[in-house]
Design a protein around this ligand. Structure first.
Ligand SMILES: Cc1cc2nc3c(=O)[nH]c(=O)nc-3n(C[C@H](O)[C@H](O)[C@H](O)COP(=O)(O)OP(=O)(O)OC[C@H]3O[C@@H](n4cnc5c(N)ncnc54)[C@H](O)[C@@H]3O)c2cc1C
Length: 484
């Protein structure tokens, strides 16, 4: 720890004075949940979890930590998947109390929220004024908007609406020295110099603390249809996507894929799941059309597209939801897949993207290479195929020791990331770099790009106190990247 016990005691006393005793947690049982991440892969340490209640209190907390030379790790819902929110010795700054929707302006198609508002509550606030906030993924009931922006989260609506980054009009950020940058404008055009908000979006708490954001709202679709499709291969799925995206244009709002193994483990472990198709298929796609046009008939359009898919041999079987309850049931098959993998033992995960034209090649090559490397390993490659983003997860062979399996993480990183890199893809599509991919970024990142990242980090956080050791390691004392 680069600071003394005395410094730590003085800092805790200062923070208690500033925020009140009950918002500075130090008891082991109170801080325990903040020391681990959602997969249980890392366990950190912290002096305290502090819970400021306003932007000014966040600024005061950061100033006090900066003066004491104590690191700060921001936490929202702690649902991140790359170990980015795990603290190693400093203060955890929870944004949970900054949970106010400051304003909703349908006229500007914008909503201003504090960083601690839960993503599902942002969606609900938009819905209350008859509009849509499209960012959506399985952890939306606990992820907070600050964390969603700090990770530039993706999810299931990227195809139509873009990543979190595309949904932001303005930001408010507390900088590493405790100053508050007010960039909370609701403008669609603003070329007044560097667009600073984009530095902080996706920076995973390493450059500053996001305290509020102005987000874009959209018209709510008037009709939506969801289909579940059985296909012979990932190659057929990619071809179907190409056909559908040309035919449906902007109405194609989701195209998600999963393998047979994925559907089988959802049916086995997620209560209430219903098998969607009678037969057995190598690959499944969840497809959604939605439209804001009053006269659109998404059901008829979807039926036509899937019938064409059957005619040209891409689709083996398909079903279309006939009610919102059925649509939700089909979506649940996809959304539950993230969670149920835990029940199958250790899972070595890769969140990657490649150009769409290489997606089928990637899946075939990476699957063959991993199966060759460890016979019995079960590939669970699923996700946002329409975005070229696959969660290329590898469930352990049945009966293998979990720890021994997870110890092979680095070996499989090399196999999968080499193929991704050769296809000019990205080793981090939507979950970010955090800790788990920090050393992979150092290996596969463009050297000039990495140098720029370090310079940006050093300029905005010269004492390396904002989530140190994540994304890029500046010091020698950074925590180990791989969890095992
Ligand atoms: C079941 C499940 C499904 C998921 N599906 C998806 C998916 O489809 N797409 C996707 O992109 N992600 C997905 N995720 C990952 C995760 O939910 C997102 O990254 C989420 O946006 C993180 O929000 P959070 O509030 O939990 O952030 P945290 O986990 O608390 O933090 C994540 C990172 O952001 C930093 N941070 C948090 N708040 C702030 C802030 N206010 N200012 C600055 N830095 C901050 C943290 O230090 C950390 O580095 C999934 C996670 C789970 C568990």
């Amino acid at each position: 720890m680069p600071f003394s016990q005395d410094t730590a005691h003085t800092l805790i006393a200062t923070l208690r004075e500033q925020l009140g005793d009950r918002h500075v947690l130090t008891a082991a049982e109170d801080i325990a949940p903040a020391l681990v991440e959602s997969r249980g892969l890392y366990r950190g340490t912290a002096l305290a979890v502090v819970r400021p209640g306003s932007t000014e209190e966040v600024a005061a907390t950061v100033r006090a930590c900066s003066e004491a030379g104590v690191p700060i790790v921001a936490q929202g819902g702690n649902t991140g998947l790359v170990g980015g929110g795990v603290p190693y010795g400093g203060i955890v700054l929870s944004l949970a109390r900054l949970d106010c929707v400051r304003s909703v302006s349908p006229g500007d198609a914008a909503i201003t929220v504090e960083a601690g508002v839960i993503l599902a509550d942002v969606q609900a606030a938009a819905d209350e004024v008859g509009m849509l906030f499209p960012l959506s993924y399985a952890s939306e009931g606990s992820a907070r908007i600050g964390g969603s922006l700090a990770t530039n989260a993706g999810g299931t609506a990227v195809l139509a609406y873009g990543n979190a980054r595309e949904l932001v009009l303005g930001l408010e950020v507390v900088l590493a020295d405790g100053r508050i940058w007010n960039g909370l404008k609701a403008l669609r055009k603003n070329n007044a110099g560097y667009d600073l908000k984009h530095l902080f979006i996706g920076s995973e708490g390493t450059l500053g603390i996001i305290t509020a954001a102005v987000l874009k709202l959209f018209p709510k679709p008037l009709s939506r249809s969801v289909g579940f499709v059985g296909l012979p291969s990932f190659r057929a799925a990619v071809e179907l996507f190409q056909h559908m995206s040309r035919a449906a244009d902007r109405d194609l709002t989701a195209f998600e894929v999963m393998p047979r193994f994925g559907l089988e483990i959802v049916l086995k472990h997620a209560p209430g799941s219903v098998r969607p198709l009678a037969g057995d298929h190598a690959v499944y796609a969840l497809v959604e059309l939605s439209s804001t046009r009053p006269n659109a008939d998404t059901g008829e359009d979807l039926e036509g597209m899937l019938a064409a898919g059957i005619e040209n041999g891409l689709v083996e079987d398909a079903t279309i939801g006939t009610s919102e309850a059925q649509n939700a049931g089909l979506w649940a098959l996809r959304e539950n897949l993230s969670d149920v993998q835990k029940a199958e033992g250790g899972s070595i995960k890769h969140d990657v993207s490649v150009p769409l034209s290489r997606l089928a090649d990637f899946l075939e090559q990476a699957t063959a290479a991993c199966e060759r490397e460890m016979p019995g390993l079960r590939v669970c490659a699923f996700g946002h195929a329409g975005d070229g983003n696959i969660h290329f997860n590898l469930s352990q062979p049945v009966g293998m020791d979990k720890a021994a399996y997870l110890a092979e993480w680095g070996r499989f990183n090399r196999i999968v990331h080499d193929i991704v890199s050769e296809m000019d893809g990205s080793i981090a599509a939507e979950h970010g770099i955090g800790l788990i991919k920090r050393d992979e970024l150092a290996l596969y990142g463009d050297p000039v790009g990495l140098d720029l990242m370090r310079r940006v980090k050093a300029a905005l956080d010269p004492h390396d106190l904002m989530n140190p050791g994540k994304i890029v390691a500046l010091g020698d004392d950074a925590p180990a990247a791989l969890p095992v």
